[in-house]
Every structure is written in structure tokens, then in C-alpha cells.
Design a protein around this ligand. Structure first.
Ligand SMILES: C[S@@+](CC[C@H](N)C(=O)[O-])C[C@H]1O[C@@H](n2cnc3c(N)ncnc32)[C@H](O)[C@@H]1O
Length: 261
């Protein structure tokens, strides 16, 4: 998809203490999928002639704009959402905890809107995504198509009941009762393969830890916090709004089980 990113920069203001003009406030960003028609933001209308140009800067009545080609991340942020999606903050760490590379086979459950699916598919060789809800699968398929992703296989399956043996390197488990899915995680992973269980509630993480089969090594639980900062003019302080709690990440690893004592 040849989308564009349109950014309206904040107007510049003279700051007495600094003795010069600087940009104060936030910029406004729009991802535009149709460049053959005009686009209106809150202040101005931008013509197709301007939208179809190469990356450039332009000014409309004292407001300065940037036009860029949209990249994967710009498009990703536009994906259609039904269920709660895994945040980019957590997704980055999940990918490194799982050790995902371009050679990895990754399994995930549930698919939801396919947000994590799309990112994993960009990084990994192959993704198998399991979901029980047909409506969610339809949206996830649309989202992968929109991003031109073709290395995902969707499975309409209840993961508490059964999964295939994928010999997978990594497993991302994001379903309401993950403890019930652990036998299927063992089935889907190769020996030594890793699993991250994504749980908004600590009670879910506790249930996973308390019901671990022999064949899964428990490597711990973490929570990531992210705090944005306001660094502008004379302001240097944490942002008021930001990400609060999102989830707990429980890390597991498939090991030989059932040793005699
Ligand atoms: C929070 S969403 C997953 C969001 C997804 N990880 C993302 O980042 O977009 C949880 C999903 O698990 C699915 N689900 C619930 N129980 C399931 C089950 N037994 N088997 C497969 N999927 C299930 C739900 O339908 C829902 O789509």
C-alpha cells in the first residue's frame, strides 16, 4: 500500500529566556491511504497534487507540513482493532525474550486482531496463529493482507483443546486462561523452545506458575514500565499521560520432562 504520512508541525514561538524561536507543543500526524483526493485536517485542506509529490515540506497559511512515505510502523498503527492488542512496548521485549530471528518458526494464541501476528511475521520466517473466534480471524486476515504479509498461517482452533506439533522455536500465549493451554504449548514447541505468556492480571501469571508441567522450565515474570518525558523549552518533566500497567510477561522454556527420581 502506497500510503503517505502527513505531519503538521507545531507553530514556532519566541521563548524569552532562550532568546530564540522554538517549536512548542505537539505535532499532528495523519496516515493517508488515498492520495488521489484532497485531505483535510483540522486546519487546512491539502490537494492531491501536494499529496502525490516526493517527500517534501510545505506551508499553508503559516502552518508548516511534512509529507513522507508511510513505512511499516506507520501502517501498523492504523490496523483495525477488535480485541485489546499487545502494546509495542511489550512486543519489543517479547521478541527479544523469545529470541525471534528471521529463521524462527513462531506460534501464537490467540490471534485477536492480528497485531502481534503482523509484527512477528515481519521478524520471523513463519508464524502460526491460533484463534477460536471467526470474526477476530477475519479482521486479522484483513490486517495481514493490508500489510502485504504472506508468511502467516491462521488456525481456527480452541487452544485449550488441541494444537499441531510445529516444532516451533517460540510461542506467544495471549488467551484468557493460559494455564489451560500449557499442554498444547509443549506440543507446539521444539525441545528448548521458548514461550512468553502475556497476562494483564497477576492472578493469571500465578495460575501459570502453579500449574506448570514438568516439561516447562519457569524462568520468571517481569513487568515493563515506560515513562515519556516532556523535553521542550524550559520544561523537563515526566509526561502526565502515558502507558500505565499493561501486562505481566511469564517466560517458560520447553525441557525434557518426566525424569525418574
Ligand atoms: C487479547 S486477544 C489477543 C490479542 C493479540 N495478541 C494482539 O496483539 O492483537 C485474546 C484472543 O484470544 C482469543 N481466545 C480466547 N480463548 C481462546 C481459545 N480457547 N483458543 C484460541 N483463542 C482464544 C480471543 O478470541 C481473543 O481474540
Amino acid at each position: 500500500m502506497d500510503s503517505k504520512v502527513l505531519i503538521r508541525l507545531p507553530r514556532k514561538q519566541y521563548v524569552e529566556e532562550l532568546g530564540r524561536e522554538i517549536s512548542l507543543g505537539e505535532f499532528e500526524k495523519h496516515v493517508i491511504t488515498r492520495t488521489d483526493q484532497s485531505y483535510s485536517d483540522k486546519k487546512h485542506t491539502i490537494t492531491p497534487e501536494s499529496l502525490q509529490q516526493e517527500p517534501h515540506r510545505f506551508i499553508i497559511k503559516k502552518d508548516e507540513y511534512l509529507l513522507l512515505e508511510a513505512d511499516f510502523l506507520d501502517e501498523y498503527k492504523q490496523l483495525k482493532r477488535l480485541a485489546q492488542i499487545i502494546t509495542l512496548k511489550d512486543l519489543g521485549r517479547i521478541i527479544t525474550l523469545l529470541g525471534v530471528t528471521k529463521d524462527s518458526v513462531v506460534v501464537e494464541a490467540g490471534t485477536g486482531s492480528g497485531a502481534a501476528t503482523c509484527y512477528l511475521a515481519k521478524v520471523a520466517r513463519e508464524v502460526h496463529s491460533y484463534e477460536v473466534n471467526e470474526e477476530h480471524l477475519t479482521v486479522a486476515r484483513e490486517n495481514t493482507e493490508r500489510l502485504g504479509i504472506s508468511n502467516v498461517q491462521f488456525h481456527k482452533t480452541d487452544v485449550y483443546e488441541g494444537m499441531k506439533d510445529h516444532g516451533a522455536d517460540a510461542f506467544l500465549l495471549d488467551v484468557p486462561d493460559p494455564a489451560r493451554a500449557l499442554p498444547q504449548v509443549i506440543k507446539a514447541l521444539r525441545m528448548g523452545g521458548r514461550c512468553v505468556v502475556y497476562t494483564p492480571n497477576l492472578t493469571q501469571a500465578r495460575d501459570v506458575a502453579n500449574s506448570l508441567p514438568d516439561a516447562l522450565l519457569y524462568e520468571g515474570v517481569i513487568e515493563l514500565t515506560e515513562r515519556g518525558w516532556q523535553v521542550q523549552g524550559r520544561q523537563l518533566r515526566p509526561r502526565m499521560q502515558g502507558l500505565g500497567h499493561t501486562s505481566f510477561l511469564t517466560l517458560l522454556r520447553k525441557i525434557p520432562g518426566g525424569a525418574s527420581r
